[in-house]
Design a protein around this ligand. Structure first.
Ligand SMILES: NC(=O)c1ccc[n+]([C@@H]2O[C@H](COP(=O)([O-])OP(=O)(O)OC[C@H]3O[C@@H](n4cnc5c(N)ncnc54)[C@H](OP(=O)(O)O)[C@@H]3O)[C@@H](O)[C@H]2O)c1
Length: 186
């Protein structure tokens, strides 16, 4: 959460969308995406997000509308949720996927990428990170208040650190993966 949670908070503050605005989150099922979904919903935004089919329930549980990114015609389906364009488009995937969803924004500057430094080529911007204590404390407070659930979906003992990292690095993690140092030697 020091990384995923604060990144999500940075995105929400950067977009500064009013209640009722429509937000598209491309790659909503991972660590940053689920945190962003919860913060955006708490701010009164209408959220549509793409993820793999296994993430349908966890995404819907945040109050966001789930769209399976592996189904044909996904861009047309997304356009149907905001025919005049989304007020904000946050991309957590990058590459061809970013280029496919960027035109769904009402304005190019409304595209924010968290992982792809080429976002400027589609007129968008990268997230402006604030790696400061105040942002970290805000995330901690939101978790204590129950607004932000980290969605821990796997816990590994220290001896299985390599497996834990491989799970995160495969690019299809759901929520957060925990490495439990207290379980060392058990
Ligand atoms: N700039 C920064 O400070 C900063 C901070 C944090 C993270 N990041 C970057 O932001 C990105 C996301 O981070 P994360 O922690 O959320 O990663 P993550 O936990 O690995 O989640 C990525 C999610 O995207 C989904 N996905 C993959 N391909 C997709 C596609 N074509 N369409 C829609 N969803 C797709 C994945 O699984 P499914 O395909 O199964 O849904 C997964 O749920 C990473 O590239 C990370 O390096 C940058």
């Amino acid at each position: 959460m020091p990384v995923a949670g604060t990144t999500a908070l940075d995105v929400v503050d950067q977009l500064a969308l009013p209640r009722g605005a429509r937000l598209l989150v491309n790659g909503i099922g991972g660590g940053v995406g689920l945190a962003l979904a919860q913060l955006a919903r708490a701010g009164g935004l209408e959220v549509v997000g793409t993820a793999g089919g296994a993430k349908r329930d966890v995404v819907a549980g945040t109050g966001a509308t789930f769209v399976d990114h592996r189904t044909p015609g996904v861009v047309d389906r997304l356009r149907g949720f905001a025919p005049d364009g989304f007020d904000g488009v946050v991309d957590l995937v990058g590459g061809a996927s970013l280029r496919a969803v960027a035109p769904l924004a009402a304005a190019p500057r409304a595209v924010v990428s968290v992982g792809d430094p080429t976002v400027g080529e589609v007129g968008g911007v990268g997230v402006a990170r604030r790696t400061d204590r105040r942002t970290l404390e805000r995330v901690a407070a939101l978790m204590v208040q129950g607004v932000l659930d980290p969605h821990v979906t796997a816990v590994y003992p220290f001896e299985q650190a390599a497996r834990a990292l491989a799970r995160v690095e495969d690019g299809h993690a759901t929520g957060k993966t925990v490495l439990d140092l207290s379980a060392r030697g058990q």
